[in-house]
Design a protein around this ligand. Structure first.
Ligand SMILES: N[C@@H](CCC[C@H](N)C(=O)O)C(=O)O
Length: 267
C-alpha cells in the first residue's frame, strides 16, 4: 500500500504521491484508473514528488486522461504548501521557486513564452492574437507558461459554452500538442473572470497556469495592470508581474484527506 495525500487549490484537485524515498512508476492506464471519480480516488491531476539533482524537489504532473504534462500551477502551489518554506522546484516546464505560507503558496512561474514554436503552434502566427476563430470565439492569444494555452477575451465568461467549444479547440491541429483553453472577461485593469477548459482534464474549478497565461495575455495587450485578481469558478488567485517579467501565482491550497492506495490494483 502506498500513502497518498488528496489536495486541492480552489477545487482544482490533486492526488499527491511522495516518491522521494520510494520511487513510483505509473502507466497512463493506471493514472486514468486512479483518476476515475467512481472507481478510483478521483482528481484533475496526479502529482509525483521526486528527488532532484538540480533543485530541492522535482515535480511531475499527469492529467486525469493519463497524459504526463510539463506544468501545473495549482499543483505546484499544492506541493509547495505541503513541503513548506522556500522550495526550488524542478519541473519539465522549467525551474520554479515557491514561498510557502500556512494557507497556500506563492510560486514564481517564470516568464511567459510567446514564440509560436514554444506554444507550440503548427505554423508561424502572431501569438498575441491568432487570426483564427471557432464558433464566435476569435483571435486568442497563444503562449506557453510551461504548458500551452489559448486565451480568448470575451464579454461574458459565464455565458461561453465551454464544454462544447473547449474540446474542439483543444484538439484543433493548429495546436500539435493540444492546448488549454481560457475565456477571460476583463472587469478592470486589476480584475478578471476566467474559466478554463483544461487539456486532458476538461472544465476545472480553477487552473493556475491558465490564470498566469490569461494575465500575461491581458498585460501583453496593455489591458491589465501588474497585479491582477483572477476569479474562477472555485475562487480567486492573484497573479503578479515582477520587474524581471516573471509571473508570480498566489492563492490557497489545502489537504482534503490522506489515505493508502494499492497502486497495483490500477495497473
Ligand atoms: N490545473 C493545472 C494545469 C494542469 C495541466 C494542464 N491541464 C495541461 O495539460 O497543460 C494548473 O493549475 O495549472
Amino acid at each position: 500500500m502506498r500513502p497518498f495525500i488528496k489536495m486541492h487549490g480552489l477545487g482544482n484537485d490533486f492526488l499527491v504521491l511522495d516518491a522521494r524515498e520510494a520511487p513510483v512508476a505509473l502507466s497512463a492506464a493506471q493514472v486514468r484508473g486512479l483518476a476515475n471519480r467512481h472507481t478510483g480516488i478521483g482528481f484533475d491531476q496526479l502529482i509525483l514528488i521526486e528527488p532532484s539533482a538540480t533543485a530541492d524537489v522535482r515535480l511531475r504532473f499527469w492529467n486525469s486522461d493519463g497524459g504526463e504534462v510539463a506544468a501545473c500551477g495549482n499543483g505546484s502551489r499544492a506541493a509547495a504548501t505541503l513541503l513548506g518554506g522556500h522550495q526550488r522546484i524542478e519541473t519539465a516546464g522549467g525551474a520554479l521557486e515557491s514561498i510557502g505560507s500556512s494557507e497556500g503558496a506563492e510560486v514564481d512561474m517564470g516568464p511567459p513564452q510567446w514564440d509560436w514554436q514554444a506554444v507550440p503552434l503548427a505554423f508561424a502566427m502572431d501569438t498575441s492574437a491568432l487570426p483564427l476563430a471557432w464558433n464566435g470565439l476569435a483571435n486568442p492569444a497563444a503562449l506557453s507558461v510551461g504548458n500551452p494555452h489559448a486565451v480568448f477575451v470575451v464579454p461574458d465568461a459565464w455565458a461561453v459554452p465551454l464544454a462544447e467549444i473547449g474540446p474542439v479547440i483543444e484538439h484543433d491541429p493548429v495546436f500539435p500538442e493540444r492546448v488549454n483553453v481560457g475565456v477571460m472577461q476583463i472587469l478592470s485593469r486589476e480584475a478578471i473572470i476566467l474559466r478554463v477548459w483544461e487539456r486532458g482534464a476538461g472544465a476545472t474549478l480553477a487552473c493556475g497556469t491558465g490564470a498566469v497565461a490569461a494575465v500575461a495575455a491581458g498585460q501583453r495587450r496593455g489591458l491589465l495592470a501588474d497585479r491582477v485578481q483572477v476569479t474562477m469558478p472555485g475562487g480567486d488567485l492573484v497573479v503578479t508581474r515582477r520587474a524581471d517579467g516573471h509571473l508570480l501565482l498566489a492563492g490557497p491550497a489545502q489537504v482534503a484527506f490522506t489515505g493508502q492506495v494499492d497502486l497495483e490494483r490500477y495497473a
